[in-house]
Design a binder for this molecule. Structure first.
Ligand code: SF4
Length: 737
C-alpha cells in the first residue's frame, strides 16, 4: 500500500533547471494565457506573459501578473486539520489519520444511509486529469453517485445549449475570430473586464468592425461599442426572437445553409412571427430603429460573431437564450467560417475540462450515463466491470444542497470551491452546510467561508505547485506546470485522490492513474471516437511545443482545416511552434453537426417572467457581475495580493443611477443598505450613469452579494439566475471610509 510519504511532498520536478524559464497556463480565467515563469534555485520567483503563445501574444491581465502571490499567503493549508468534537476547534493531524477518518466517515454514512447519502462539489479550477480522477474514483471506485462542479454556476447553460443544438458540447470558434469578424455581438458579456486579453484581440481587428453590446448596464465594453442595446433586464430572449423575425421578414437569411445543415427552421420562423418590432420595443425598452439596425447588421455583414458570457448563462431562461443566439448564427450561416460563430466564452481556467471530464453531470469524455453503449465503452477503456458505472445521473448542485438541507445527503466533500460565498442565496446554502454530519473541504486555504464550516480540511497544492492540463474557451489544451513547492504537507489534488483510492481500498482500479502525465494518456483513450477526440496529441511535451492544441486532434493526424485536408506523416512536425494548422482551428467548416442526422437544431420556447418582479416594497432590479479585472470570483486568491487590492474597493459597493440617487437623496460615498427579501447588506453608494434608473449593480466578489440573490434556476441547465432580484435601498446616515 502507498504511504502518504511516497507522494513526493514539496518536490519540484527534476527536469526543471534550477535557474531557467518555463511556461505554464494561467490558473484564473478561461482565456488560457501562457506565462513565462522564471526560476531561481528551482523555485518560481517571477513571471512575465509569453510573447509567442497564440492566445495572449505577450499580454496578461493583473491577475496573471500576480499569479504566484497567493502561493505564499499566510493562511495556506499546510497540514490536514480535524475538528475536535469536544473543543469544536480544528486541530492538526497527519495524512494517515486524515485519510482514516475520511474513509471511516464516508463509508459509515454510505453503509447506513446508502450511496446517495454523500456527494462532492468540485471546481473548474483544478487540472483535467484531477477532475477526471475524482469523478472516476467517486463513482466507479467508491460507489457513490452524486457529485457536481462549480461549473454549474458559470457554464452549465452553454454546455446544455450546445449539446441540444449541435449534438455535442462544442464551442465552435477560435480566438482568431475576434480579429476576423465584420461585426461582433457581445451579449451579457463585459469582455473588457472579465476577459481583458480577449478584448485586446478585438482591438487587433483591422476590419473596422461593428461592435454591438447587449447589456442593461453601460459597461466598459458597452462604452466602446458602436451600438449599445441597453435593454430591460432579462428581456434578452424577447429581443433575440424579435431580431430573428426581422431577419426572416427582410430575407436576411442563408437559405442554402438552413436547408442543407439544419432542422426546425420553418417552425422557428412561424414561432417568431408575433415578435413584431413594436411588441419587442415595448418589452425591451429599445426603439424600433435600434432593433432594425441591429438586425440589419447581422443580416448584411459577411462575418458576424456572437459572444456570450454570464449575462446569458446566469438566467432563469438561460439555455433558450443561448439557443436563440445560436439560432441567429444558423439562420444567417454565420458558423464554421472565419470571424463567425455563436461563441460562449467560458469562465474558469478549466471549465471546459469540467464540462468534458468531471464525470459529474455527464460521463467521461462527453458521454451520457443514461446511454448503455457509452457506459460499456468507458468500462472497456478503463478495464472496469460495467456495473461499476452508474446508469443514473447525479443530482445537480442546487439539488445536492437541497438534499443536504432536507437531511438526505449527510456527507459532503468540497474541493477548491467556496460554496458558502458563491452559491446563490448563500445564507441558505451555508445553513445547509451546518447540518452535515461530515463536511470535508479540500483547499489551498484554511480561511475560506466554506472551510470555516469543515469537519476535516485536506491541504491542497495550488496552481504552480502541480502539473496537468487546462482546456480554455476555444477548446485548447494547455500544459500547467509545477514551478514551486507546496507548503508543508500540502499535496496536489491528484495525489490526494490517489491517497483516497488507497485508503478506500480501490486503488487496483486506478493503476493507470499513476501521475498526471499517465492520466492524460487515459483521457486520450476516453476521448477516442468522440467529437472531442485528442488521440492525436502525443503528450505534454507536444502541448508545450505547439503552443497548446485545440480539440479535436485525432490519431493519424488527419483532420480538415477550413475545408483543406492536412496530413502530417511526421510527428516531429507537430513539435514545431507556430504550426498554423495547430494554432487556430474552428468547428463545423463542413456544416456537419453531431446529431445523428448531421444537422443543427433550431430550439425555442416562449419567454417567461422572472419569479421575483419588482414591486412597491422592492422597487429596484439588482444586477450582479464582475467588478474589476483584478478580482477573481470570491477573492479567495486575488485578495492575497497587495497589488491587486489597490485596484478595487475593499468594501462592497452598489452602483446607483443619478436619478435614483437624487430621488432617494443618496450622496456618493455614503453607506446605504441594499435590502432584498433574504438579506440586508451595507454597501458604499457609487452614483454613476452606467446603471439606469430602476436598476442597481453589486459586484459578485463580496460575501454580501449572494446573501441578497434569489435562488432561481434555468430549468434545462439548473444554472442559478444570479443576474436579477428585487431590492430596495435604505439610506444610512454615516460616511463610508
Ligand atoms: Fe489571461 Fe485570464 Fe490569466 Fe488574466 S486571468 S492572465 S486574462 S488567463
Amino acid at each position: 500500500m502507498l504511504h502518504p510519504g511516497e507522494f513526493g511532498l514539496g518536490k519540484v520536478p527534476a527536469r526543471l533547471q534550477p535557474d531557467a524559464t518555463t511556461r505554464s497556463i494561467c490558473g484564473f480565467c478561461s482565456t488560457g494565457c501562457s506565462l513565462d515563469v522564471h526560476l531561481q534555485s528551482g523555485m518560481a520567483v517571477n513571471l512575465t506573459p509569453t510573447a509567442d503563445y497564440p492566445v495572449n501574444l505577450g499580454m496578461a491581465c493583473p491577475k496573471g501578473w500576480e499569479a504566484l502571490t497567493p502561493l505564499a499567503a499566510p493562511d495556506r493549508a499546510t497540514q490536514p486539520l480535524l475538528r475536535n468534537p469536544k473543543t469544536g476547534k480544528l486541530e492538526p493531524v497527519d495524512w494517515d489519520e486524515a485519510m482514516q477518518v475520511f474513509t471511516l466517515k464516508f463509508r459509515a454514512l454510505m453503509d447506513q444511509h446508502g450511496p446517495e447519502s454523500v456527494a462532492f462539489l468540485s471546481t473548474g479550477q483544478i487540472c483535467t486529469e484531477e477532475m477526471a480522477f475524482l469523478g472516476a474514483l467517486w463513482k466507479f471506485g467508491m460507489g457513490a453517485l452524486h457529485g457536481d462542479s462549480n461549473t454549474r454556476q458559470c457554464m452549465a447553460t452553454s454546455h446544455v445549449a450546445y449539446k441540444q443544438s449541435f449534438g455535442f458540447d462544442a464551442p465552435p470558434y477560435t480566438y482568431a475570430d475576434f480579429e476576423e469578424s465584420d461585426a461582433l455581438v457581445f451579449l451579457g458579456s463585459n469582455l473588457c473586464i472579465a476577459h481583458p486579453i480577449l478584448w485586446q484581440r478585438v482591438l487587433r481587428n483591422k476590419k473596422n468592425p461593428e461592435i454591438i453590446v447587449v447589456d442593461p448596464r453601460r459597461t466598459e465594453t458597452a462604452m466602446n461599442a458602436t451600438q449599445h442595446l441597453a435593454l430591460a433586464p432579462k428581456s434578452d430572449l424577447t429581443l433575440l426572437y424579435g431580431v430573428a423575425n426581422l431577419l426572416v421578414q427582410n430575407h436576411w437569411l442563408d437559405r442554402a445553409f438552413i436547408e442543407q445543415h439544419t432542422t426546425g427552421f420553418a417552425e422557428f420562423a412561424e414561432f417568431v412571427r408575433p415578435f413584431t418590432p413594436d411588441m419587442v420595443a415595448a418589452e425591451t425598452g429599445l426603439t424600433v430603429g435600434q432593433l432594425f439596425r441591429f438586425a440589419e447588421t447581422i443580416g448584411t455583414r459577411k462575418a458576424v460573431s456572437f459572444w456570450w458570457t454570464m449575462g446569458v448563462n446566469q438566467s432563469h431562461e438561460a439555455v433558450r437564450t443561448a439557443q436563440a443566439i445560436i439560432n441567429l448564427a444558423l439562420m444567417t450561416g454565420n458558423i464554421g467560417r472565419p470571424g463567425t460563430g455563436p461563441n460562449s466564452v467560458t469562465g474558469q481556467c478549466n471549465a471546459m475540462g469540467s464540462r468534458l471530464y468531471a464525470n459529474a453531470s455527464g460521463l467521461l469524455g462527453g458521454r451520457d450515463f443514461l446511454n448503455a453503449e457509452h457506459r460499456a465503452e468507458v468500462a472497456q477503456l478503463l478495464h472496469l466491470p460495467v456495473e461499476r458505472i452508474p446508469a443514473k445521473n447525479s443530482l445537480a448542485y442546487d439539488q445536492i444542497l437541497e438534499a443536504v438541507a432536507e437531511g438526505k445527503i449527510k456527507g459532503l466533500w468540497v474541493i477548491a470551491t467556496n460554496t458558502a460565498h458563491s452559491w446563490i442565496d448563500s445564507a441558505r446554502a451555508t445553513g445547509a452546510l451546518d447540518q452535515l454530519e461530515f463536511l470535508v473541504v479540500q483547499d489551498m486555504f484554511t480561511t475560506t467561508d466554506t472551510a470555516r464550516h469543515a469537519h476535516l480540511i485536506l491541504p491542497a497544492a495550488g496552481w504552480g505547485e502541480k502539473e496537468g492540463t487546462f482546456i480554455n474557451s476555444e477548446r485548447r489544451f494547455g500544459h500547467v506546470k509545477k514551478v514551486s513547492r507546496a507548503p508543508g504537507q500540502a499535496l496536489s489534488d491528484f495525489n490526494i485522490f490517489r491517497l483516497v483510492a488507497e485508503y478506500w481500498g480501490c486503488a487496483e482500479m486506478f493503476t493507470q492513474w499513476t501521475s498526471p502525465q499517465a492520466a492524460f494518456q487515459v483521457l486520450k483513450k476516453l476521448s477516442a471516437g468522440q467529437p472531442c477526440d485528442i488521440t492525436g496529441i502525443e503528450d505534454y511535451r507536444q502541448l508545450d511545443a505547439a503552443g497548446g492544441i485545440q480539440w479535436p486532434l485525432t490519431e493519424g493526424m488527419n483532420y480538415e482545416v477550413g475545408g483543406m485536408k492536412d496530413t502530417h506523416a511526421d510527428p516531429v512536425s507537430y513539435l514545431l511552434p507556430h504550426n498554423s494548422y495547430l494554432q487556430e482551428r474552428r468547428l463545423f467548416a463542413d456544416g456537419k453537426f453531431f446529431h445523428a442526422d448531421g444537422r443543427a437544431k433550431f430550439l425555442f420556447d416562449p419567454p417567461r417572467r422572472m419569479a421575483e418582479p419588482v414591486d412597491g416594497e422592492f422597487p429596484l432590479v439588482m444586477l450582479t457581475g464582475r467588478g474589476t479585472s483584478a478580482q477573481w470570483h470570491t477573492n479567495t486568491r486575488t485578495a492575497k495580493s497587495a497589488v491587486l487590492r489597490t485596484l478595487y474597493p475593499a468594501n462592497p459597493y452598489v452602483e446607483i443611477s443619478p436619478d435614483d440617487a437624487a430621488r432617494l437623496r443618496i450622496e456618493p460615498n455614503t453607506t446605504v443598505a441594499v435590502v432584498s427579501r433574504r438579506a440586508r447588506a451595507e454597501c458604499t453608494a457609487v452614483v454613476t450613469p452606467t446603471v439606469r434608473a430602476g436598476q442597481v449593480f453589486v459586484p459578485m466578489h463580496y460575501d454580501v452579494t449572494n446573501r441578497l440573490t434569489r435562488a432561481e434556476f434555468d430549468p434545462h441547465s439548473r444554472q442559478p439566475s444570479y443576474k436579477y432580484c428585487a431590492v430596495r435601498l435604505e439610506k444610512i446616515e454615516k460616511k463610508s471610509l
